[in-house]
Ligand binder design. Structure first.
Ligand code: SF4
Length: 81
């Protein structure tokens, strides 16, 4: 069962790359100028992925100066960040 949902809001992401420096699951796109999460699907305002385990996603989310990355615990519906 998937336990976490990681989302990135591309309306908020400014592309400076703090997340990319801390977590290899995030990559800056030359094309969009935004950070993309490995394996994520497009959603209306950016991207989202559901995962069994977090690796460095939380560290990346905490480092984002614009609060563009959010993590939800799907078992408890708690927004971790
Ligand atoms: S740290 Fe935040 S603003 Fe910077 S690229 Fe990552 S998601 Fe975008």
């Amino acid at each position: 069962m998937t336990k976490f949902r990681v989302e990135i809001d591309h309306n908020v992401c400014q592309g400076f790359g703090a997340c990319v420096e801390l977590c290899s699951n995030f990559k800056l796109s030359d094309e969009t100028g935004k950070s993309h999460i490995e394996g994520a699907k497009k959603v209306s305002n950016g991207e989202a992925i559901e995962l069994d385990e977090l690796t460095c996603h939380k560290k990346a989310a905490e480092a984002c100066p614009f609060n563009a990355i959010h993590i939800i615990n799907l078992e408890t519906n708690e927004k971790l960040i």
